[in-house]
Design a protein around this ligand. Structure first.
Ligand SMILES: Cc1cc2nc3c(=O)[nH]c(=O)nc-3n(C[C@H](O)[C@H](O)[C@H](O)COP(=O)(O)OP(=O)(O)OC[C@H]3O[C@@H](n4cnc5c(N)ncnc54)[C@H](O)[C@@H]3O)c2cc1C
Length: 472
């Protein structure tokens, strides 16, 4: 990509994707049941190789896919994006076993993923989430099996409740089988993105491969205390209790990336990400009916059992997993919005060029043609900002949070403006049930709220600006 345009091959790919969306995905979307996961559609995305690309390509490719699919089939776009959102934490932070079990099925569309962060009392303020992960004492069997043969991928998290002599202090016991933290002190702000994109779906990275060692070593600079480095007290176990709300793909997903509170009162530092298969006992859910039909629901956790094997990344470091995922996906929400804006713009062009009015066509009225020009201007500006943010992510730039926030903010607000203007230019027909613009008018609203409302994006941008100014 040059500074201002895509390469010819990228443009050709986008055109191919728009055709696929219109000819192969649109018919499947039309056969789906509104408000429910459309498994046939997801499977087709898998057959086309698009789901696999979620894990092998970068942020810009993700944006190109989302914009192109959105142009002709928002349902396909959303299905693709939700697989990525739910499975990215597994891809980026999962153990060898977690990745091997789930990622191939996400990629071929036979397993549905979901990202469960929001709660009724914690939306924008995600660090205030309250879904409780309460530690359970290890059973005698756990202790026996842990002492006899710790399995690869079994992670032992520190257990502050463990018997004296066996307990590992929280800061001396990194969980085995999890990626070491890049930043030892995450804050409530979006953490720098983890931009590395391993190419093989199932091949573990060096950071995620469990080692043969079973006893955590002491941190550099600290003296190993034999009492603290004894065999762990069996795999850590928690019970999840509480509620999640507005979770896309719930309650029909096959697994959930669930963010739960493991350290009460610790804010963003006390959250752990868990991979929770949908068939865990105590996990139930119900669908929610939204303005624009969307597979989405609420989840109830009634003492749902999870173990250290289900942890994604490190215990108490899950907020970083969530924010890293959002840094990748925010520009692509902008791309989704740009795809909808372009579809609305093209519809407005076609309609105003053909509609008879006042002895000519609507386009002959300068007020109309200037409106169309304004729509095109804003759509192109939003597209460029989305591409710039995605390219910054792929280049591992230090300013990813600010750029991602800007791209999402500008593109989603622009799409709302463009779709609304296109409705106006179409007149009453745009509001008839089943019209493309009636669909887009409902569909375009939510992205200004989810993955950080527009106001939250402004706060991120301002905070980054002042931090930069202070650092000068
Ligand atoms: C279609 C859809 C799909 C979704 N999918 C998922 C999903 O898959 N997983 C998931 O975890 N969540 C999902 N969500 C939830 C979404 O992330 C939340 O709705 C969002 O974070 C906002 O939270 P809230 O709705 O509780 O609004 P609140 O946090 O209550 O905010 C309400 C409003 O207050 C204002 N506001 C909030 N914070 C600030 C601030 N700091 N400064 C100024 N104004 C502010 C904004 O106007 C905001 O819109 C989805 C939501 C929708 C609509």
């Amino acid at each position: 990509m040059t500074a201002f345009s895509l390469e010819p091959a990228q443009l050709a790919w986008c055109a191919e994707l728009r055709t696929l969306a219109a000819e192969r995905l649109r018919p499947l979307a039309d056969k789906g049941e509104p408000g429910h996961v459309n498994r046939a559609l997801v499977a087709e995305l898998g057959r086309l190789g698009l789901l696999g690309r979620l894990f092998t390509s970068g942020a810009l490719d993700l944006c190109l896919m989302r914009e192109s699919l959105a142009y002709a089939c928002t349902e396909a776009e959303t299905a693709l994006a939700l697989q990525g959102l739910g499975a990215h934490p597994v891809h980026a932070h999962g153990t060898r076993e977690q990745r091997a079990r789930w990622l191939p099925r996400v990629a071929d569309g036979t397993a549905i993923a979901a990202f469960a962060l929001s709660e009724p009392g914690a939306g924008s303020d995600a660090a205030a989430l309250e879904l409780r992960a309460e530690r359970e004492a290890a059973t005698r069997e756990d202790r026996a099996s842990a002492a006899a043969a710790p399995t690869a991928g079994t992670a032992f998290a520190p257990d502050p409740e463990a018997a004296p002599g066996l307990a590992l202090s929280a800061d001396s016991a990194p969980a085995l089988g999890t990626a070491p933290a890049a930043d030892p002190a995450p804050t409530a702000d979006p953490a720098p993105a983890t931009n590395s994109a391993p190419t093989a779906l199932t091949a573990p990275t060096a950071a995620t491969a469990p080692t043969a060692a079973t006893a955590p070593t002491a941190e550099p600079g600290r003296t190993a205390d034999p009492a603290l480095t004894a065999a762990p007290d069996g795999p850590a176990r928690w019970r999840l209790t509480g509620e999640k709300c507005w979770i896309s793909n719930a309650p029909e997903a096959d697994f959930y990336t669930v963010f739960a509170r493991t350290a009460p009162g610790a804010g963003a530092r006390g959250i752990t990400a868990f991979l929770v298969p949908a068939d865990r006992p105590g996990l139930t859910g119900r669908g929610l009916d939204m303005l624009s039909p969307h597979p989405i629901g609420a989840l109830d956790f009634d003492a749902v059992p999870v173990t250290a094997d289900d942890v994604l990344g490190e215990a108490d470091r899950g907020f970083r997993v969530a924010m890293g995922t959002l840094n990748l996906f925010r520009p692509s929400v902008g791309a989704f919005a740009v795809g909808m804006a372009q579809a609305a713009l093209d519809a407005a062009l076609a309609h105003t060029a053909g509609r008879d009015a006042f002895g000519g066509k609507l386009r002959d009225l300068q007020a109309v043609s200037h409106q169309v020009a304004e729509m095109a201007l804003r759509t192109e500006a939003a597209r460029l900002m989305v591409h710039a943010a995605a390219s910054a992510y792929d280049a591992d730039s230090p300013d990813v949070p600010r750029r991602s926030a800007m791209a999402k903010l500008l593109a989603t607000e622009t799409a709302q403006y463009v779709v609304d203007a296109a409705v106006q230019l179409h007149g009453a027909r745009a509001l008839q049930r089943g019209h493309l613009l009636e669909h887009l008018y409902r569909e375009v609203r939510a992205p200004r709220i989810y993955e950080g409302a527009s106001e939250v994006q402004r706060s991120i941008i301002a905070k980054e600006l002042y931090a930069r100014q202070e650092a000068r």
